[in-house]
Design a protein around this ligand. Structure first.
Ligand SMILES: [Zn+2]
Ligand SMILES: [Zn+2]
Length: 781
């Protein structure tokens, strides 16, 4: 029966199999109990679970398990995100191919095949870690059902006039050769050269500084601030662009800041968002010099990549003495978050969802949701208020959900499929224009993966036969995807249902190592699989429970060691308790001994605190509370106090202690079950199962704080008893006596009176022959 701490592997395997076989985590859509629903994050399929996953999924799992016991019916589905760029990259890496060099259908086939092979092992990591999802309710963001819901969403928004197609300078990644959304931009600090170049106007030099001389051939105007006394004489004239020798208009525009640099600036098509706005504002004709693969299309520099062209043009400028000053600088640039490459603006036809006209409503929707921690709402609000573009939802990639549309080239008609034909791939189906009968052209672009993952509540709900109405109870997620996943989900449920997607959102932090973010390139990555191999899943979860929501947590092995120690202590304490319950009849005695009632009262306080902490998503507080109660109140005090009573006590006093032991230990393991599911199941099955009706500890009801018969006012006496016990132990240590040394204890009269009812227990635990009235003293015999 005894288990030592090296057996955790065996324990994990046994209970994992049991949970799966007995469907312990099954969701029942027809249950009358109130459903607690979680919009589980679908992890992006990759080789295996990483430590950041372990950290954030553990935290949401504490809540899920608590809610399962507390509410009785939990909807906790599982999904995987497996389309779009990250998946394409993964397949390219695993299969050593380049998607752009393959035919689209060939590549899609390869993706589907590879995903089928790797996904089960990937999901197994979550099961090994004890994540209690009902894996029967699983989806992938590329499966047929998700495709159908995603295309339906597109059609619905198109019909509502919320989706449009437009030729526009979009954010473009020349590396991935696709347009991207604002949410996919990242700032990166780069080394660069800041060169002041000599433009010419009527034989005078106009000095203009830039970090991007390769944009000179795309220059369309020079801006001068209208207040610029020194330079305003040039306004209305033409400037000659250095090296390329064509002329551009000189325009007065306030956006050229006075006192910044030379006060003059060049406007190019397109260096940044500012250029896009400036060119639109002044109705200038753009000169597009970049190809979609990031090479130049102008004669002299044809085919050069942007960086090569920059270098070459700088050399040529230098040769012609067209650089006045040059200095190295560091400056932030926008890069694509998936590949780290600087983005460009390239005019292209893309699909957009209107969001700029709804900033106010979207902030309002966000405010209706309860954010944990609260300050995360601010991040959301700042993001919405800082939006500069509508949401670009089309991507020029292979592996994504097709945009379900055909066009008629002749008359411009847009042709949509029927809902009942979804999911559909327009490339595979020929359509004729209903108006002019000419052959329609299929859309070849696919949807941004966020356009699908923003529908996870609707996708998950569809698996239940639409039993869960929006809003879901909870969305757990990490803080780096507030601007994408949280934001887009709020957008979609607002546009479709005019509803918030969830009532509450919890946002988790990151895992660090000695204060630094872990990354493969730094070589400081800890793998959860390795940690679990050494310490077990429970110990890793115990570690994840030590941080507050939203806060980063440092990985330290000593926390894992503490978790293992706790597990061993739980096992030993359980063994001790049940050794003393062998002759127990399983019944609650009519009357409990005062000390036992007081101990149960103390336990009730702990239940209340734990419940409140879990309800407030303060799982670290709950963990601390149980840990403290177990080590100090249960093991160090209660077990010691009643030892003699259960060994040698008379009928009633023994039964009272036995009942209290059983009840309190069962409560303790229930309280810790959300955090440590494996060891608590092991203890429940080994010892409690024969007395209890529930199949598993995880289907048990969450402990309720009961009012015990004893007046709560008596609790101070119990606290006093623990204090006196502590003092007597101290005296024994001071006198270098063993804890079971026989003694005579003297107590002040008032204390003596207060502890009278429990004096036998005090005698037992201190091995006092007598307790008498007097000045506090411990006398050794
Ligand atoms: Zn990219
Ligand atoms: Zn037509």
């Amino acid at each position: 029966m005894e288990k030592n701490n090296t057996d955790f592997k065996e324990i994990e395997e046994k209970w994992k199999a049991f949970w799966e076989k007995e469907k312990i985590y099954k969701f029942n859509p027809n249950s009358k109990k109130k459903i607690y629903s979680i919009d589980t994050p679908p992890p992006t399929v990759s080789g295996k679970m990483h430590i950041g996953h372990a950290f954030s999924y553990a935290q949401q799992d504490f809540i899920a398990r608590f809610r399962k016991m507390h509410n009785g019916n939990l909807f906790y589905p599982f999904g995987t995100d497996d389309n779009g760029l990250p998946t394409e990259r993964l397949i390219e890496r695993l299969e050593k191919v380049k998607s752009k060099e393959m035919s689209r259908s060939e590549f899609i086939q390869l993706c589907t095949k590879t995903l089928k092979e790797i996904t089960p092992t990937f999901i197994q990591d979550w099961k090994n870690f004890g994540i209690c999802c009902d894996y029967d309710f699983s989806y992938s963001t590329i499966d047929n059902n998700s495709q159908k819901i995603s295309q339906k969403s597109f059609l619905d928004l198109y019909k509502k006039g919320e989706v449009y197609k437009k030729e526009f300078p979009v954010l473009w990644c020349p590396e991935c050769q696709t347009s991207i959304a604002q949410a996919e931009l990242e700032d990166k600090e780069l080394d660069s050269l800041f060169s002041t170049l000599k433009f010419k106007c009527e034989h005078q030099d106009l000095l203009i500084a830039t970090t991007r001389p390769e944009l000179l051939p795309a220059c369309v105007a020079i801006f001068i601030n209208p207040e610029d006394k020194k330079n305003k004489k040039f306004v209305g004239k033409k400037a000659k662009v250095p090296l390329f020798n064509f002329e551009v208009p000189i325009i007065a525009d306030k956006s050229a800041e006075l006192g910044k640099g030379t006060g003059m600036m060049m406007v190019c098509s397109y260096g940044d968002k500012f250029d896009v706005d400036a060119i639109t504002r002044h109705k200038l004709k753009p000169k597009i010099i970049f190809n979609k693969n990031g090479t130049l299309k102008i004669k002299e520099y044809q085919g050069l990549k942007i960086k090569q062209a920059r270098k070459q043009i700088l050399e040529d400028l230098k040769k012609d003495n067209l650089i006045a000053v040059q200095k190295p600088i560091k400056h932030p640039v926008n890069v694509h978050d998936k590949c780290g490459i600087e983005i460009e603006f390239i005019p292209d036809e893309q699909w957009f969802i209107k969001i700029l006209d709804k900033k106010k409503q979207l902030v309002k929707q966000g405010k209706k949701i309860k954010w944990y921690p609260e300050h995360m709402f601010k991040r959301y609000k700042n993001w919405v208020e800082g939006l500069e573009w509508d949401w670009n939802i089309s991507r020029d990639r292979h592996f994504g959900i097709p945009i379900p549309v055909w066009f008629c080239k002749k008359c411009g008609e847009i042709i949509l499929p029927k809902d009942s034909d979804l999911p559909i791939n327009p490339i595979e189906i020929k359509k004729t224009c209903p108006k002019c009968k000419s052959q329609a052209i299929p859309e070849t672009k696919v949807l941004d993966t966020w356009a699908t993952s923003s529908l996870t509540p609707q996708i998950a709900d569809s698996l239940t036969g639409n039993k869960i109405k929006l809003p879901f109870s909870l969305r757990p997620q990490a803080h780096d995807i507030i601007r994408t996943w949280a934001f887009y989900t709020i957008v979609k449920s607002y546009l479709h249902e005019k509803e918030i997607p969830w009532k509450e959102i919890i946002v988790s932090g990151f895992v660090k190592l000695q204060g630094e973010k872990m990354s493969k390139s730094k070589g400081n990555v800890i793998e959860p699989q390795t940690v679990m191999e050494k310490f077990g899943a429970d110990a890793l979860r115990f570690w994840a429970a030590s941080s507050k929501l939203g806060e980063d947590l440092d990985y330290q092995e000593k926390d894992l060691v503490a978790g293992k120690k706790f597990i061993t202590k739980l096992q030993n304490a359980s063994k001790f308790v049940f050794m003393n319950l062998k002759d127990w009849d399983g019944k609650k005695p009519d009357k409990l001994k005062p000390l036992d009632e007081l101990f149960l009262t103390e336990l009730n306080c702990s239940i209340q605190k734990c419940t409140k902490s879990f309800e407030d998503y303060e799982y670290s507080k709950a963990k601390q509370e149980i840990e403290q109660f177990f080590w100090s109140n249960f093991c160090d005090n209660y077990l010691e106090i009643i030892k003699k009573r259960v060994y040698q006590g008379e009928n009633q006093e023994k039964k009272s202690a036995q009942f209290t032991l059983y009840k309190s230990l069962l409560t303790i393991i229930k309280l810790i079950a959300p955090i440590m599911p494996f060891i608590t199941e092991e203890i429940y099955q080994t010892y409690f199962k024969k007395f209890e009706k529930e199949k598993s500890i995880h289907t048990c009801e969450w402990p309720k704080a009961e009012i015990v018969q004893k007046d709560l006012n008596a609790l101070p006496a119990y606290i006093l008893l623990k204090n006196i016990l502590g003092q007597i132990r101290q005296e024994k240590t001071k006198a270098q006596k063993p804890m079971n040394a026989e003694c005579i204890v003297s107590l002040e009269k008032k204390v003596y009176e207060q502890l009278k009812e429990m004096s036998n227990d005090l005698k037992n635990v201190t091995n006092a022959k007598e307790i008498q009235i007097g000045k506090f003293e411990v006398e050794f015999l």
